[in-house]
Design a protein around this ligand. Structure first.
Ligand code: FES
Ligand SMILES: [Fe+2]
Length: 368
């Protein structure tokens, strides 16, 4: 399986990708076929017919079963071959591996490790999906040719906004702010706070529309307190609260875009990056939502992705640590995440992994 944490939930697909048309996707080096049965149940199984190894994702869903496109063998949702030409001995011997799935937060979460450990409570919480006063405003899936930890690095070190996204989602202020890192158990927080700054452009539109009286004075000068609070859980589950409040109000009357970023390795050198975001509902119309989604696509697909792919190409296949990277204060979140993940993988490989184990609280503060 390579250098991946197996006993963990990964996002394998968007819930609305799963229909009666099979979807083939490689996750952690394993080919997986997803589909939805006629009863609406999501299914994930090894995407490899045991007969002559054709991908079942090229086949057809029939009720609860999937049929191989080559010689028509059928498999039920438990991976058992149901075809009449197959005898009981072969049926038992060639049952396909299926993977535990949970549908939550508009996504399908898949457990690639020991099914007995697949506890749904281990999926980190994303409250914004059900908070009043906000709307889910956009989502996407970015495929990139780079190791998944490079994408996680990118998300945990948002100083790159001032450079990579200077023309789209940044006002260039992030690196003037204060940076804080702290850790609760295996959860790493990597936060920026920028007081008294001009609101980033996408927030200016929302501020202008806000009817909240706390925003009235700010609507003229757009000077705000701005934060970007990122939370990471192993292996690739990130929550970002990025928002603004009238300057000096201690985050009173916030307008924010709570987001989820879910990073799933395809192989050691390629990644499926799922992202979804919400917005405070200030009565923005569909045109504004569409425009913002286009900007986000540019940011992730045309700004982050080429940077990460170029980074991977420059690094080649040599391990990150073996390249002796320079470490800056604002890398602290990303470095902590790497250490936590390395530890969890080491423990898993040595059989000591308790997937719910928490470490003592520890703190580290970077300079602003
Ligand atoms: S390869 Fe699938 S049925 Fe023959
Ligand atoms: Fe970015």
């Amino acid at each position: 399986m390579g250098k991946f944490l197996e006993n963990a939930w990964y996002v394998g697909a968007w819930a609305d990708e799963l229909t009666d048309k099979p979807v083939g996707r490689t996750l952690l080096n394993q080919p997986v076929v997803f589909y939805r049965t006629a009863d609406g149940m999501p299914v994930a199984m090894l995407d490899r017919c045991p007969h002559r190894f054709v991908k079942l994702s090229g086949g057809e869903v029939r009720g609860a079963e999937i049929m191989c496109p080559y010689h028509g063998l059928t498999f039920d949702a438990a991976g058992t071959c149901t075809h009449r030409r197959v005898n009981d001995i072969a049926r038992e011997r060639f049952t396909l591996r299926t993977f535990p799935l949970i549908e939550r937060y508009q996504a399908v979460w898949i457990w690639m490790g020991d099914p007995a450990c697949a506890d749904p409570d281990l999926i980190p919480e994303f409250k914004f999906f059900s908070e009043p006063g906000r709307m889910i405003a956009g989502k996407g899936l970015t495929y990139l040719k780079g190791n998944y930890m490079l994408e996680i690095d990118n998300l945990l070190d948002l100083s790159h906004l001032d450079f990579v996204h200077a023309k789209t989602i940044s006002n260039g202020c992030v690196t003037e702010g204060q940076y804080d890192v702290y850790q609760h158990g295996n959860t790493v927080h990597s936060d920026w706070f920028i007081p008294k700054t001009k609101a980033p452009i996408q927030f200016q539109d929302l501020i202008r529309l806000s009817k909240d009286p706390r925003w009235t004075a700010t609507q003229a000068d757009m000077i705000v307190d701005h934060w970007l609070d990122m939370r990471w859980d192993a292996p690739g589950t990130l929550f970002l609260d990025v928002g603004v409040a009238p300057a000096g109000t201690d985050r009173g009357g916030p307008i924010d875009m709570a987001q989820a970023h879910w990073v799933t390795p395809e192989t050691e050198f390629s990644t499926h990056y799922f992202w979804i975001y919400s917005m405070t509902d200030v009565g923005q119309g569909q045109d504004m939502l569409d425009l913002f989604l286009r900007v986000v696509h540019i940011a992730f697909d045309e700004e982050d992705r080429p940077m990460i792919e170029a980074q991977q190409a420059a690094m080649g296949t040599i391990d990150f640590w073996d390249q002796h990277p320079m470490i800056l204060a604002e890398d602290a979140g990303a470095i902590r995440a790497r250490r936590v993940l390395d530890k969890l993988i080491r423990e898993e490989k040595s059989g000591r992994n308790d997937v719910s184990a928490a470490e003592p609280v520890s703190e580290l503060t970077g300079s602003g």
